[in-house]
Design a protein. Structure first.
Lengths: 145, 369
């Protein structure tokens, strides 16, 4: 039962982070177009943001995988080093997605998520990952002995 | 069930369906001809283009920086020295080879290639004199005519196709570098552009952005993504380029025109996300031919007054008829090859030569029966 709850929390955390990252990426891409002179109204912005959820087919499994590794490391660090649990998992959420994107970028020699090409986009996606880590700690509250 | 549904609909509906099926089938295989394939040479490693020399030798560029020579169907009996160092990674390396239109007199040859290193590379255009002996070719007086600016840290979307206009000036495509796509819309850089220079590397005075504040004077057109072919025919410049997922384009090139990328495109990103909300946009020229889904066009040549285009993804040769101001895609005309095709050239003997793609590529002649 505990394992099932952890798995459910992990999936919810990855889903929230993925959806937020998708929204961030869409806005970053459109900001890039606006900077070079394109005029995008609110309706067009909303439609493109919704259509971009297609990226979840790729982003969600990637987020699940990197959260799995990140949360295992966070759990290990929390047990061995101590400190606030929420700190470790929030940090893990942020760093795991950033490391994964940079690793993919290094291997592929290009950035697979368009919104992460800029520093501001990467930081916002890191923030999405951090929120995913934070949500995981809120959903799984360890029993006090 | 579908058949029953078809029968119960009106005659107009049925006629429309039948017309659509006939139309689609005619587009996919328009004029399949009676022909056979003859392998001229094989064993090429990642070739990019080929060019026929006046003595019928064929030069084939390999992205690893080698120029291979085919003499009487044999590869390697002659070598080429003096090829500049190239940045060979991703889609980069030695790219296009073009003979000057007065090659018989001046033996001048133009090469394009990715230059630099992983974190700092750019597309470069050089000229050289091709001298020949019985067993050897040598590139001499290699002169840098143009290097794209700024450099990039990706190994993709280099462009590199060269064409020479009737006035002798040179055009070369420069890709958007993949990560830098928005810069194809601004004129302070060479990403996603076609540039035009004189044969000595200087900028022609009549380039469209000469004297425009903040614009680089070599720019001829902008708003391109990953150009694969560029040629002139009867005074018209034709170019094609890869879209991402969908949005492959054939364009007629006019000085000072914005071709839209990435603001206006029929393609979507490989991740599934949109590139832009727009497929067309005011002030940006729409493609003359749009291939969605992508066929990944590669080479292009003029043959019997039409354009023939090879493709990587579709593994086909398509014919585009030139009808007045229009380009009409007649669909696949040679489908037997059925593998990734890199380039196509109309040979001096009137036949088509096709270069396949990859690490063990072949040069194939299409023999009409």
């Amino acid at each position: 039962m505990a394992l099932f709850k952890k798995a459910a929390a992990w999936i919810v955390a990855a889903l929230v982070a993925s959806v937020l990252s998708s929204v961030v990426s869409s806005q970053q891409v459109m900001i890039g177009l606006i900077k070079v002179g394109a005029r995008i109204d609110v309706e067009q912005r909303l439609i493109m943001t919704l259509q971009d959820f297609k990226i979840l087919e790729i982003l969600f499994p990637v987020m699940c995988a990197c959260f799995l590794v990140g949360f295992l490391i966070a759990s290990f660090c929390h047990q061995r080093i101590g400190g606030q649990r929420v700190f470790w998992f929030t940090l893990a959420g942020a760093t795991s997605i950033v490391c994964t994107l940079y690793l993919m970028s290094f291997v592929m020699n290009l950035m697979p998520v368009a919104g992460a090409r800029s520093l501001s986009g990467m930081m916002l996606i890191a923030l999405s990952g951090a929120l995913g880590g934070f949500i995981f700690t809120r959903l799984i509250v360890p029993k006090v002995p | 069930m579908i058949f029953r549904s078809f029968l119960t609909h009106s005659i107009h509906y049925r006629l429309a369906i039948v017309s659509l099926i006939l139309c689609l089938s005619s587009v996919s295989h328009a004029e399949e001809r009676d022909y056979s394939l003859k392998t001229i040479a094989s064993g090429f490693k990642d070739p990019w283009t080929m060019v026929f020399l006046p003595n019928r030798d064929i030069l084939v560029s390999q992205r690893n920086g080698q120029l291979k020579v085919i003499t009487d169907g044999k590869i390697g009996s002659k070598t080429v020295s003096g090829v500049p160092d190239v940045y060979f990674a991703g889609q980069g390396g030695l790219l296009d080879v073009l003979l000057d239109k007065d090659f018989a007199k001046n033996q001048t040859i133009y090469l394009s290639f990715a230059h630099g290193k992983r974190r700092s590379n750019a597309t470069r255009l050089v000229s050289a004199k091709l001298s020949a002996t019985e067993t050897h070719y040598k590139l001499e007086n290699v002169t840098v005519l143009f290097t794209a600016s700024p450099t990039k840290s990706t190994a993709h979307h280099h462009g590199g196709r060269i064409a020479q206009l009737d006035d002798g000036t040179l055009l070369m495509t420069v890709g958007d570098g993949y990560n830098y796509r928005e810069q194809a819309q601004t004129l302070d850089n060479h990403f996603g552009k076609i540039i035009r220079v004189n044969t000595d590397g200087s900028t022609p005075d009549d380039n469209p952005y000469v004297g425009v504040k903040g614009a680089l004077s070599e720019i001829y057109t902008h708003g391109h993504r990953n150009q694969q072919a560029l040629l002139t025919y009867k005074g018209v410049i034709y170019e094609h380029e890869h879209g991402p997922k969908g949005g492959d384009e054939v364009n007629k090139i006019a000085a000072g025109t914005n071709y839209g990328w990435p603001v206006a495109t029929f393609g979507i990103d490989y991740s599934g996300a949109r590139i832009s909300p727009f497929t067309e946009y005011e002030g940006m020229r729409s493609p003359d031919v749009n291939w969605t889904p992508s066929i990944a066009p590669s080479g292009m040549t003029v043959h019997d007054g039409a354009l023939y285009v090879t493709s990587l993804a579709e593994g086909s040769i398509r014919k585009l008829d030139i009808s007045g101001d229009n380009l009409i895609d007649r669909g696949i005309v040679y489908s037997k090859l059925n593998e990734r095709l890199r380039d196509i050239v109309s040979a001096p003997d009137g036949s088509l030569y096709v270069l396949t793609d990859g690490g063990n590529a072949k040069l194939i002649k299409i023999v009409e029966n």
